[in-house]
Design a protein around this ligand. Structure first.
Ligand SMILES: [Zn+2]
Length: 475
């Protein structure tokens, strides 16, 4: 079965879920926790009615605990296929940069069909853990060795197909990638799969906007790979043209992930990466700065004040030896954040939020550092921040169980031991801080059930295709 067949089978399978009348023992609403909540989903896939203190409709199922679906704000889907394959020590010792060389070697062989199968499996796995939408930072654009596909947007179209087949919401961000170092250094041969002219990237943006125009669960935006890969002139030209076409669209950029990157930026410009970006680009609430790991206190204050979102990927940042984000001072300055799984060595929102908090506990030797104020649950604060920041950074308003929002929700199974006896915010703390078993039972995206009783609705078909692709790739 090819990707299109998987998608067609799934759409048929899911269609019965639209126009749902649901009842939950409790639900996290914009006003807080509510009990006995009846939720109606319209045929447009949005919440049509949300009524606390209700009775279930006759014949409707009673579910456990409903929470809004989470947005994964940073994904390179193809990297999922490398998870666990870069953990053997190399001859010179290993760093982010040696990992990147291995990633380039792996990328050299991937076809569009491979990427679609890998992404579909990944998105099904993200759904099972409670992510209902993903922001795909898409830079694997060209055929192996360079050149162009007949349709230069082919790779991105495959990612959109994968998201439809799995049933996950998507923001697709074609990533401008032009150089191998600060100031516009020529790309390396291994980067030929990523590079194109600015005009080609702008055509990609336009094509993906057209492809998602009538799809309420998907949209497109723009990524700038990094200040290493985009020179100041290219950045200006891209932003001016993009803003003419899409005044409010999302813009994402990798920034200040590695100390070497900070040193090279200082040598090139006299400024640190976040400092340079904030001084030279119109960073505002439509922007999401991925990683932003290495900041001084002035950068933390300026970034938080910009209204942009920090896109944090703690498991990947740990795996790559990046460092710890300046979380306490950033939160004190009212900075906004969201989480992503980036290289996908982790797959769950709970895992990312747990490591985000634990990294700070380990280094500061204190507890409940993200909670902010006495009496506040750490899990609740982190989930509130990630829901709000994720919605903002995705360019797709949502993150709430409220009338008019997309019907994206996660059902936590309160019959499981890890949630036994937990009430209100204790449920969220138990989800994040009680271990690796996920209490995610069912997941709905745009009014369609895509996960039922812990299984993706097309789990076997998606896994068969993935297994075929990986067996061929790794032989
Ligand atoms: Zn990334």
């Amino acid at each position: 079965m090819d990707g299109r067949d998987i998608g067609a089978a799934l759409v048929g399978n899911l269609h019965f879920g639209v126009m749902a009348d649901l009842f939950f023992r409790s639900a996290l609403l914009p006003t807080g926790w509510a009990a006995s909540v009846r939720i109606t989903v319209g045929s447009d896939g949005a919440f049509a009615d949300v009524e606390p203190d209700s009775e279930p409709a006759s014949g409707s199922d009673e579910h456990g605990i409903a929470v809004p679906g989470m947005t994964n704000v940073h994904s390179h889907a193809f990297q999922r296929a490398m998870a666990g394959l870069t953990e053997v020590r190399g001859p010179e010792g290993d760093t982010f940069w040696t990992w990147r060389s291995r990633m380039y070697d792996f990328v050299a062989r991937l076809t569009p069909e491979d990427v679609e199968a890998i992404a579909t499996q990944l998105y099904a796995d993200l759904l099972r853990h409670g992510f209902t939408s993903v922001v795909e930072f898409h830079y694997l654009r060209n055929p192996p060795g360079g050149g162009r596909y007949d349709d230069p947007t082919l790779m991105g179209q495959r990612l959109l197909s994968a998201s439809r087949a799995a049933g996950i919401g998507m923001t697709l961000l074609p990533a401008v990638y032009r150089a191998s170092g600060f100031g516009g250094a020529l790309p390396e041969p291994a980067q030929e799969r990523f590079v194109a002219d600015v005009s080609e990237f702008l055509n990609d943006v336009a094509a993906f906007n057209r492809a998602t125009k009538d799809d309420p669960d998907r949209c497109a935006g723009l990524a700038l790979h990094s200040l290493r890969a985009v020179s100041p002139d290219d950045l200006d030209e891209t932003l001016r043209a993009y803003r003419r076409e899409v005044p409010e669209g999302p813009i994402h950029i990798h920034v200040a992930e590695q100390i070497r990157e900070v040193e090279e930026c200082l040598a090139w410009s006299g400024a640190r990466p976040v400092e340079w970006l904030l001084a030279n680009a119109p960073v505002d609430s439509t922007w999401c700065l991925i990683h932003a790991t290495h900041m001084n206190s002035a950068e933390v204050e300026a970034f938080a004040g910009s209204g942009a979102v920090a896109g944090l990927c703690p498991t990947t940042e740990a795996n790559l030896g990046d460092g710890l984000f300046e979380l306490p001072s950033y939160l004190a300055a009212k900075g906004r954040l969201a989480v992503g799984t980036d290289s996908h060595v982790g797959l769950s929102p709970a895992g990312e939020l747990r490591l985000l908090e634990y990294g700070q506990r380990l280094t500061l030797r204190a507890r409940n550092l993200s909670a902010g104020s006495p009496g506040v649950s750490t899990g609740r604060r982190l989930i509130d921040l990630a829901l709000e920041g994720g919605s903002q950074a995705s360019g797709r308003p949502g993150g709430q169980i409220a009338v008019g929002c997309r019907a994206d929700l996660v059902v936590l199974d309160d019959t499981l031991p890890c949630l036994t006896g937990r009430q209100g915010d204790e449920v969220l703390d138990a989800w994040i801080f009680s271990g690796d078993d996920t209490p995610v039972g069912d997941v709905m995206v745009g009014g369609r059930w895509v996960v039922r009783e812990c299984r993706h609705v097309d789990q076997d078909g998606i896994a068969d295709r993935y297994r075929q692709v990986m067996t061929a790739l790794l032989q």
